[in-house]
Design a protein around this ligand. Structure first.
Ligand code: SAM
Length: 243
């Protein structure tokens, strides 16, 4: 493969993803701000606006990591709502739990360790499910999308925020350079861990593009699937409704 990064077998992927997020958890938030120049906050805000979340809603933030979306949702749904921060990785969840406790948002929040492929929740339960920068790390994405569909109420919305394919050739070239050269270097300087950020760049390149992900959501049973390019398609926000 390009840039010398070795291809990993599917069955090894989950273990590698676990290593990556154990390793980056403590510095995850600061790296997000550095690597995206703070713009990840805008992408997340947009996702929350597009979710149509209301007071009293039940929300699942899967692969929620350090809880940025969870925190914003918990303010939106109010004391009678419920927000569940779920992630497969206990290191990320630990950072997330501390952050949520510090921010004083509590009462309507729960933290659950779970794999997106096997969600420990009943059918037709949530008004909104989000997965932000998480789907590309999941081994069986079709299975995970089917699970997200299952746990949504009819009329409930799935929002997938994920890196995607830049729309313009020049932006695409610049972005390639940035992610394969600058990202691992920043990772090395800030976290002494260049490999994790090399994985990040690789996983972004392998992730399905806008139309492919839209097709996967339709396959999983979602209706009215649409996507919105953000920052020239570097990121896309896909939205689907459970009919
Ligand atoms: N959603 C957060 C955000 O936007 O800042 C965190 C995103 S972080 C890049 C990706 C997260 O996906 C990590 O916390 C990782 O542990 C989690 N993850 C990876 N594979 C997963 C799986 N199969 N099920 C649930 N979470 C998973």
């Amino acid at each position: 493969t390009h840039f010398g990064y070795k291809t990993v077998k599917t069955e090894e992927k989950q273990a590698m993803v676990a290593d990556v997020f154990h390793s980056v958890a403590a510095k995850y938030d600061i790296m997000n701000d550095l690597m995206s120049f703070g713009v990840h906050r805008v992408w997340k805000k947009y996702t929350i606006e597009m979710s149509g979340v209301r007071v009293g809603n039940k929300v699942l933030d899967i692969a929620g990591g350090t809880g940025d979306l969870t925190k914003a949702f918990s303010k939106r749904v109010g004391p009678n709502g419920q927000v569940i921060l779920a992630d497969i990785n206990e290191s990320m969840l630990r950072v997330g739990r501390d952050k949520l406790a510090d921010s004083g948002v509590a009462g309507n929040l729960e933290v659950v360790q779970a794999n997106a492929e096997v969600l420990p929740f009943p059918n037709d339960f949530f008004d909104v499910v989000t997965i932000a920068f998480g789907l590309r790390n999941v081994t069986d994405k079709d299975k995970a999308l089917a699970e997200m569909h299952r746990v949504l109420k009819p009329g409930g919305r799935l929002l997938v925020l994920e890196f995607s394919k830049p729309k313009n050739e020049l932006l695409s070239k610049a972005y390639d350079l940035y992610s394969f050269k600058a990202l691992p270097l920043m990772g090395k300087l800030v976290t002494q861990d260049a490999d994790s950020y090399q994985y990040l760049a690789e996983s972004i390149r392998k992730h399905p593009d806008q139309e492919t992900l839209k097709g996967m959501m339709l396959n999983a049973g979602f209706a009215r699937v649409s996507f919105h390019n953000l920052t020239g398609g570097i990121v896309a926000m896909h939205r689907g409704v459970k009919a």
